[in-house]
Each structure stands twice: as structure tokens, then as C-alpha cells.
Write a protein that binds this ligand. Structure first.
Ligand code: SF4
Length: 279
């Protein structure tokens, strides 16, 4: 058996700095609130909860004693309105919105000021997109995964940071084909982390007999890697924990490729590799 692990593994930069910040606050203050799940990974969240991190998922859940508590905003970011409410209620708000997400928001804002109508290729219900929507001029923004007819002539086309690059390219081409814009500005705002993981998944899935994609079942970036791998390698499996390997048929002659989502801890990858080596 041969095991090929992708080079880009474990938490991405944005997730890693948010987790580190929460741990640092916990060391100092013994308690912290997080606005929304910090990562789509049960094991990581359970570990943080055991250390007394508490998650609230909406403004309605703000605790009575918030004025003596600290709250952390996760990497996806939130709307300005939500942030103001948190600031008015909590002792301190620590904004760990990923700088790459912040850059996307700034770009859309700036170009809207310059008169561009913004088309965002993304999922309307994704937390990053919901946050962006609340931080820019909504009337001058279209969020869509499908190319649509648009009456505006001067447009900016950008993407949610975690969308697939090929799908974004198709979206741009099809949007241009069905519209008659006078001025188009296209910016590839997909995060480099996403691009690298996607590229490695494609390369590995072409040459491996079996692919393991490790990550939380709610993680959209892990799901995307799974779909990419599955297109090229029929024996692709999406697992969250190494115990799930017991259900998978693995042969001694298999070349096994392993990739992880950006919210998957390295320790889970190590457990998977150790399990495979023990077979
Ligand atoms: S995937 Fe990219 S944009 Fe999203 S949190 Fe990680 S580094 Fe930031």
C-alpha cells in the first residue's frame, strides 16, 4: 500500500488564527463566547467547548451577563449591524474575520462607489456571503450561482472565497455570453488556500486507486474537494473520523491519496495515516 498525502493540510491560515485567538483568550479569561461555529468540525468545537468556549448562533442568544464577557467573530465575518449589536452588549468584541474575506468586502464596496454593479458568484446562505451582503450596498449586488440576465452595463464579477475555480471560469464566460455589458471588471477572489487544495485534489485523484477526503460533514470546502475527487476516482470516500475507515474496503495494492478540508485538524489526518499503516 502506498499513501500519498496532499502538501496543503490541516487548518487554513484564517481558521488557524481564529482558533489560536480563542485559545489565548481562554488561557487568560477562562471563558469566551464565539459568534457561530468557529469551524465546521465537531471534534475541534467540542474541545473548545470543554475549555469553556460558548457558541451563540444569533443575537437573540446574547447572554444576560454579556457586559462582562468577551466574544470572538469567526473567520467568515458578520454584518456591520450584527457587529454593532455585539459591541453594545459585550465587554469586548474580537474580530477574527479572515483578512482575505475582508479584502473581498473592501473591493466590492470600493467598486460600488465607482459605479460598478457587483455580481458575486456564491451561495446566498453561506455565512461569508451573508456577512458580505450586510456590509455593502445590497441594491447594487447580485448573489448567484447561475449566470443571469442583468440590465446594468458596468459590472464587477467576483467570487465567494471558497468556490471552485473551474466553476467560476464557466460562470464568467456564460454571464458575459448572455449579457451585453459595456464595462466588465473581473477579479478572481477565490482564496489561494482553496485553489491549492483543489489543485492537489485533482492531481492526486488522477493517480490514486482510492481517495480519502477528511473533514466535517457540514464543511462546504471539504464537500467540494470530495466532489472533485469523486469525478476522477470512483473509490473516493468522505470521512470525518478515522473509525469510519473500518467500513471501507482497502487492498494491499492500493495507492491511497489523502486530502483535508481547511477546518480539519492535523491530528485527525495523523490518526487516518496511522490506521492505514497498521493494516
Ligand atoms: S479558506 Fe481562505 S478565506 Fe476562508 S478562512 Fe481560510 S484562508 Fe481565509
Amino acid at each position: 500500500m502506498e499513501i500519498l498525502v496532499a502538501k496543503r493540510i490541516g487548518f487554513c491560515f484564517g481558521v488557524s488564527r481564529a482558533i489560536q485567538e480563542v485559545k489565548t483568550i481562554l488561557e487568560q479569561y477562562k471563558e469566551v463566547y464565539i459568534y457561530g461555529e468557529l469551524v465546521h468540525n465537531n471534534e475541534v468545537m467540542n474541545e473548545l467547548k470543554e475549555l469553556r468556549a460558548k457558541v451563540i448562533n444569533s443575537l437573540e442568544e446574547i447572554p444576560q451577563d454579556a457586559n462582562s464577557k468577551i466574544i470572538v467573530i469567526r473567520a467568515h465575518g458578520i454584518t456591520e449591524k450584527e457587529k454593532i449589536v455585539l459591541e453594545n452588549n459585550f465587554l469586548k468584541v474580537i474580530d477574527m474575520t479572515c483578512p482575505i474575506v475582508k479584502n473581498l468586502v473592501s473591493l466590492v464596496r470600493q467598486k460600488q462607489k465607482e459605479g460598478y454593479y457587483s455580481i458575486l458568484f456564491g451561495k446566498a446562505d453561506h455565512p461569508e456571503v451573508r456577512g458580505l451582503k450586510g456590509n455593502v450596498d445590497e441594491k447594487s449586488l447580485l448573489i448567484t450561482e447561475k449566470p443571469l440576465n442583468i440590465t446594468f452595463k458596468k459590472v464587477l464579477i467576483v467570487s465567494q472565497t471558497t468556490m471552485g475555480e473551474d466553476s467560476f471560469k464557466d460562470f464568467i464566460a456564460d454571464t458575459i455570453k448572455i449579457n451585453s455589458f459595456k464595462e466588465i471588471l473581473v477579479k478572481n477572489t477565490i482564496c489561494t488556500e482553496t485553489l491549492i487544495r483543489e489543485k492537489e485534489t485533482l492531481e492526486l485523484s488522477k493517480k490514486c486507486d482510492l481517495m480519502l477526503v477528511i473533514g466535517g460533514k457540514q464543511s462546504s470546502n471539504t464537500k467540494k474537494l470530495y466532489n472533485l475527487a469523486k469525478e476522477r476516482c470512483k473509490r473516493t470516500f468522505y470521512i470525518e473520523r478515522y473509525e469510519e475507515l473500518e467500513q471501507i474496503e482497502i487492498y494491499p495494492s492500493d495507492v491511497i491519496g489523502i486530502v483535508t478540508g481547511s477546518s480539519t485538524p492535523i491530528v485527525e489526518l495523523e490518526r487516518v495515516v496511522n490506521y492505514l499503516k497498521s493494516l
